[in-house]
Ligand binder design. Structure first.
Ligand code: SF4
Length: 81
């Protein structure tokens, strides 16, 4: 598996809204990067994650998403939200 930090700079968090079921567990793990809309679906910050603490929390949110709807990708990857 490709390291999202390798050569492309800091990663960023990406959401696949088709997979997400909108329970919002991720927003409890990393509220600095994820807030919920009026229906409980996550709105994810698109900025590159320079901060190590935010990267760790984002990795935890990715690992614990029950629908595998979150991913860390290279900063310049513009797919998804
Ligand atoms: S934890 Fe995963 S499935 Fe649940 S709201 Fe967040 S992205 Fe969606």
């Amino acid at each position: 598996m490709r390291d999202p930090n390798a050569a492309d700079g800091p990663p960023r968090l990406r959401l696949n809204p088709i997979l997400c079921d909108g329970v919002g567990y991720c927003a409890e793990i990393v509220p600095e990067l994820i807030r919920l809309d009026d229906w409980g679906y996550p709105i994810v910050e698109r900025r590159p994650l320079e901060d190590g603490r935010l990267q760790r929390l984002a990795r935890r949110a990715v690992a614990q998403c029950p629908r595998v709807a979150l991913a860390l990708t290279a900063a310049e990857d513009t797919r998804g939200s």
